[in-house]
Design a protein around this ligand. Structure first.
Ligand code: FHN
Length: 472
């Protein structure tokens, strides 16, 4: 059964304001916690800040083309665009033989790019599993390649010190018991069998790969799942019992009334919000996101997650645009996962390799404004973004003004005593121009790339608690 609700389903992710405590609705399957999770595993998730997303499945083989026709939509949805019956689609398994696949190379590339975690599609909507699941035959084990791709990747990434997160689509187009809505008693029975199958697969993933740090659920927008909020709460609990410390995204969850991500009282479910897909919160209007943890994910072309052979169909972001999105997310207290859609032969396309290399070069020089950083609480300026780590406030400059003066408005009671170009160590001129306002001068030679200035900041006696908090 194919459900095309995926993309429109995203509009359900708007956040509603928390209700005043006395008006809160009694929920059995709402948020488990108010406020950010503060344990070591969550801190690690947050401090990592930069991740990669990998969408790899059978869809990489046709690469957006079916029976001679190229479909411009997302390649991993080709089965739906071309209306291919499941049996026919799964025949692609006979052609799954990625001879160039080398997990160690993938892991080295990720390390070079500076990513601290990788989210891998264990199973996308098509239902093909990258691990030899004993609950279905639609797995790597029954392909000419045979080997456990997921196992090789987990080991290789972990060997490079990179955390592994599992993407898992609950919606499974290959399973006869999947239902997008429940209309009959028969549907109900089938769907309950499907939920049991899904539980088994999740328990299998948790026990086969116990170093996994996060489960990122997708394909949870159908009515059948929204009407079974109890099950989404149960899955989160089950995984946390099996893998203490594991993190889970908000997209898994639906509450007693089918409300997703944020429960009917306006509280975030799961550990972090996962609604920002191919878009980011507005850095001025959407500051509410700084109150909870969140992770955005982005594609390089407009909307291709899996491998599509024709990238001329849409604009493709350049490395500076990718870096800007990473910094934009961090400046608002979020993480960013940059997507890769490996080729069917197991190699990456040239554009992705070049992007990873360029981002990695920049991260090596300037990564201190990303890793472990958070929202600074300072007024956004048109030259770029602020991030902060403890007492260090970073200016990440993407659009240096012609005047050569980078305006900084400091919060009440904060004084700037110095400004240093990170990497080069060059001291930049700081001039106080008005109350709570400074100009930071440009470096002597134009860096020719986005650059980072670390501000030396002092608190004066009049600093408000809000900003004192922001600096500690
Ligand atoms: O339908 C999927 C899509 O193919 C892709 O996996 C993205 C990644 O965030 N999630 C779904 C759309 O929301």
């Amino acid at each position: 059964m194919v459900c095309l609700g995926g993309f429109s389903g995203l509009s359900a992710q708007t956040h509603s304001k928390p209700l005043p405590a006395e008006q809160e609705i009694q929920l059995s399957y709402g948020a488990d916690r108010l406020g950010k999770r503060q344990d070591a595993a969550m801190k690690r998730f947050r401090d990592n800040r930069l991740g990669a997303f990998v969408h790899w499945g059978l869809y990489a083989i046709p690469g957006g083309e079916w029976n001679g026709k190229v479909y411009p939509g997302a390649a991993e949805w080709l089965k739906a665009w071309a209306d291919v019956p499941s049996g026919e689609w799964l025949k692609l398994m006979d052609r799954w033989n990625p001879q160039k696949f080398d997990a160690r190379k993938w892991a080295r590339m990720a390390r070079e790019m500076g990513v601290k975690y990788v989210k891998i599609t264990t199973k996308h909507h098509e239902g093909f599993c990258l691990w030899p699941s004993k609950y279905t035959k639609n797995t790597v084990e029954y392909t000419p390649y045979k080997k456990d791709i997921l196992g090789e990747l987990v080991k290789a990434y972990n060997d490079e010190g990179i955390d592994v997160h599992f993407y898992f689509s609950v919606m499974d187009w290959s399973h006869p018991d999947y239902r997008s809505s429940i209309k009959t008693e028969e549907d109900e029975k089938a769907f309950m069998r499907f939920l049991e199958f899904t539980d088994n697969q999740l328990k299998e993933l948790a026990s086969r790969y116990p170093t996994v740090k996060d489960f990122w659920f997708d394909g949870t927008w159908d009515a059948s799942i929204k009407e079974n909020g109890w099950w989404t709460a149960h899955v989160e609990k089950m995984l946390k019992e099996l893998l203490p410390g594991v993190t889970v995204n908000s997209r898994l969850r639906a509450d007693d009334f089918g409300k997703r991500h944020f429960d009917s009282n306006g509280h975030l479910m799961g550990d972090y919000e996962s609604g920002y897909e191919r878009r980011l919160p507005d850095p001025v209007k959407d500051l509410k996101v700084t109150r909870w943890d969140w992770e955005a994910c982005m594609t390089l072309p407009e909307n291709q997650w899996g491998y599509h052979k024709d990238w001329s169909l849409s604009y493709v972001k350049n490395p500076v645009e990718v870096i800007e999105r990473i910094v934009h997310a961090v400046s608002m207290g979020g993480n960013m996962a940059v997507n890769f859609g490996p080729q069917p032969d197991g190699d990456f396309r040239r554009e992705e390799k070049l992007m990873a290399e360029a981002v990695g070069k920049w991260m090596k020089k300037y990564g201190e404004c990303v890793y472990g950083c958070d929202y600074a609480g300072w007024k956004k300026q048109s030259w770029g973004y602020y991030t902060r780590k403890g007492r260090s406030v970073y200016m990440v400059v993407f659009n240096p003004p012609y005047s050569g003066n980078l305006t900084v408005n400091v919060p009440q009671g904060i004084k700037i005593t110095g400004a240093v170009m990170t990497g080069k160590g060059e001291n930049l001129k700081v001039t106080e121009t008005a109350r709570n306002e400074y100009n930071v001068g440009m470096p002597v030679s134009d860096p020719g790339e986005p650059f980072v200035v670390r501000l030396q900041v002092e608190e004066t006696s009049g600093s408000s608690d809000k900003y004192r908090d922001a600096l500690t």
